[in-house]
Design a binder for this molecule. Structure first.
Ligand SMILES: Nc1nc2c(ncn2[C@@H]2O[C@H](COP(=O)(O)OP(=O)(O)OP(=O)(O)O)[C@@H](O)[C@H]2O)c(=O)[nH]1
Length: 580
């Protein structure tokens, strides 16, 4: 014998149930309430996400019953605690509804404005439609019918076959009716009612009928209004939405009054007053009180009439206050949003300016860097140019100081350097001698071998001289084949010895058998002068050395001579002859 065991619902089952409850909230409210009861008893078996979903639906249900004070904190809890962005968004939208119904209009407008800003990030179609619907309703309530119509149209565009089809159409009718733009409700409203019936959204179907009935009443068609309202009266009672039942009752009362049915008018007006949402001033409530006042007055019960008149005045004031409070809240929030936008724009502009300033500073730094690089290039160019100028100056100076053929000092530079050296020797009281050298019979070399060979012989002679010079000696070409050497710190004796060495070197160099000067015999005559006898003046030393040189030539050349008197001393071929 087996025992039947009821299947335990899985997590998927709970998710399905929650979704189902969500989808029938308004279309089958009693079933919705049943589901809420059932799921509420299974809370511990729900996942945290499912629990949050359930809390949202419970809050919605409580708000639907008109207990907004309890619903509001529950919705706020979902908004702050849920990890699901879509559920948070939906709870925000429902909260807007509650805030609006609870007359917290400024908060409601601020919240819907934020939600509409977030709308582009919300992908869930139902959540989007729900928010657009609430926005449309709220803006209609604030008398912003164009905005209301706008969001209703958007609902239809986004979801023409789902909720948008019924609720979007309902809100369209509402916007057009309230703004007085509805010339005939026939086609558009019956299409809207059909759409809602198809979706089993009877609450919305009847809200549309309520608009149609009011339109009829306003246009002298009270009988038609009564027919429409009565036909759906039982349905409205079943739906159990207090505002709608009160609306139906108030409109029926007005229609019966217009048709002369005072007793029925009174019955429905009372029903409208008794069945309305507590502590709320609606247009239907105001109308119902106004009717009751007229009925009692007509029936002669002046006390009751006065009492209803007072209630009518209070309801009317409350309703008008409510309407203007909504309009004011809308304008206030609009200004706040504008101010915030302006503030954000200003901050953005400031940021742009800062970014621009940074870019400029960066550019300025780059420009300065470029300037520095440019300056360095200019400086480097100047340095290079100066170096080249200096180098060419030095080259020219060297050229100007040197003899072009032999590379030794030219006459002018030799004279300058020699005078400088002699001045130094005079100051330091040092010895110095001057040697003059003149090649012998050089003309013959030129004439015999040509000028080019003569040049090479001259270079050879110079090289021979240089082999015997010290770094302090000053050696120069005084002209043609004549050379001079200043020998600082040198006595006459030493000068004569060194002149003799040079003489031998020249004679040896030129007597060599090489390519340049093949077998050309050459010699030179020397004249020596000393500061000990001539003094430190170069001019005087040159005269005396030249006397010595002249003597060497006269005495047969290729010799070194000194001549200070009419009887000069002479050295011939390395032997000094003192004729003084
Ligand atoms: N090849 C060459 N010859 C030069 C240069 N400068 C001067 N001479 C020649 O040197 C020769 C000098 O001749 P002279 O003054 O008659 O003297 P010399 O022939 O040496 O005879 P003495 O001095 O009396 O021994 C001339 O023929 C000049 O043309 C030079 O730079 N190169």
């Amino acid at each position: 014998m087996g025992t039947a065991v009821a299947a335990v619902p899985t997590s998927d089952d709970f998710s399905r149930l929650l979704k189902h409850a969500d989808s029938i909230k308004t279309s089958d409210h009693p079933e919705f309430l049943q589901l809420m009861k059932r799921l509420g008893g299974e809370t511990t078996r729900l996942s945290p996400q499912q629990q949050m979903y359930l809390r949202y639906l419970q809050a919605w249900g409580i708000g639907y019953q008109g207990d907004y004070e309890t619903a509001t904190p529950l919705l706020n809890a979902v908004i702050t605690e849920s990890t699901d962005a879509t559920l948070r968004f939906r709870a925000g939208t429902t909260l807007v509804n509650m805030l609006s119904i609870g007359s917290h209009y400024e908060e409601a407008f601020a919240q819907i404005s934020q939600l509409l800003d977030q709308l582009p990030q919300i992908a869930d179609k139902d959540a989007r439609i729900q928010t657009l619907g609430v926005a449309s309703m709220l803006y209609n309530d604030a008398g912003q019918y164009d905005l209301g119509l706008n969001y209703a149209n958007q609902m239809l565009r986004e979801n023409p076959v789902g909720d948008g089809d019924c609720k979007g159409r309902f809100l369209q009718v509402q916007s057009l009716y309230e703004s007085g733009k509805f010339s005939t409700l026939d086609r558009q409203s019956s299409e809207a009612i059909d759409a809602c019936n198809k979706k089993s959204e009877f609450l919305f179907a009847n809200l549309i009928r309520f608009n149609v009935a009011n339109f009829d009443i306003e246009h002298g068609q009270s009988a038609a209004a009564i027919e429409l309202l009565q036909k759906n009266y039982a349905d409205v009672q079943r739906i159990g939405y207090p505002e709608l039942t009160s609306d139906f009752d108030a409109s029926l009362a007005q229609a019966y009054w217009n048709e002369g049915g005072i007793a029925l008018a009174k019955q429905y007006a009372k029903a409208a007053v008794d069945g309305g949402v507590k502590h709320e001033f609606t247009k239907s409530l105001t109308n119902a009180y106004a009717l009751l006042y007229l009925i009692e007055k007509k029936q002669g019960d002046l006390d009751a009439a006065l009492s209803y008149h007072e209630k009518y005045m209070a309801a009317d004031k409350g309703y008008l206050n409510d309407v203007s409070a909504k309009a004011l809240a809308y304008q206030t929030v609009k200004q706040q949003v504008l101010a915030k936008k302006l503030q954000i724009d200003t901050l953005n502009k400031q940021n742009q300016i800062l970014t621009l300033q940074q870019t400029l500073a960066k550019k300025a730094a780059e420009t300065s860097r470029l300037y520095i690089i440019l300056l360095l290039i200019v400086l480097a160019s100047i340095a290079l140019w100066t170096y080249r100028v200096k180098r060419s100056q030095l080259r020219f100076m060297k050229l100007a100081r040197r003899d072009g053929l032999t590379g030794i000092f030219n006459r002018q530079h030799f004279v300058n350097e020699a005078e400088l050296q002699l001045r130094y020797c005079r100051k330091s009281e040092r010895q110095a001698c001057l040697v003059l050298i003149d090649l012998d019979h050089f003309k013959v070399v030129n004439d015999t071998h040509g000028h080019a060979v003569g040049d090479r012989v001259l270079k050879r002679a110079v090289e021979a001289c240089q082999q015997h010079l010290r770094s302090t000696d000053i050696f120069g070409r005084l002209g043609g084949e004549e050379f001079g050497i200043v020998l600082p710190e040198c006595t006459l004796e030493q000068a004569l010895n060194r002149a003799e060495q040079i003489r031998v070197a020249i004679a040896t160099a030129t007597s060599g058998d090489d390519d340049d000067t093949p077998g050309i015999p050459i010699s030179a005559s020397f004249g020596v002068a000393t500061i000990a006898r001539s003094g430190y003046e170069l001019r005087q030393l040159l005269i005396h050395a030249d006397d010595g040189l002249y003597l060497s030539k006269r005495e047969g050349r290729n010799r070194v001579s000194v001549c200070y008197d009419t009887q000069p001393r002479q050295r011939v071929a390395g032997v000094a002859t003192d004729r003084a």
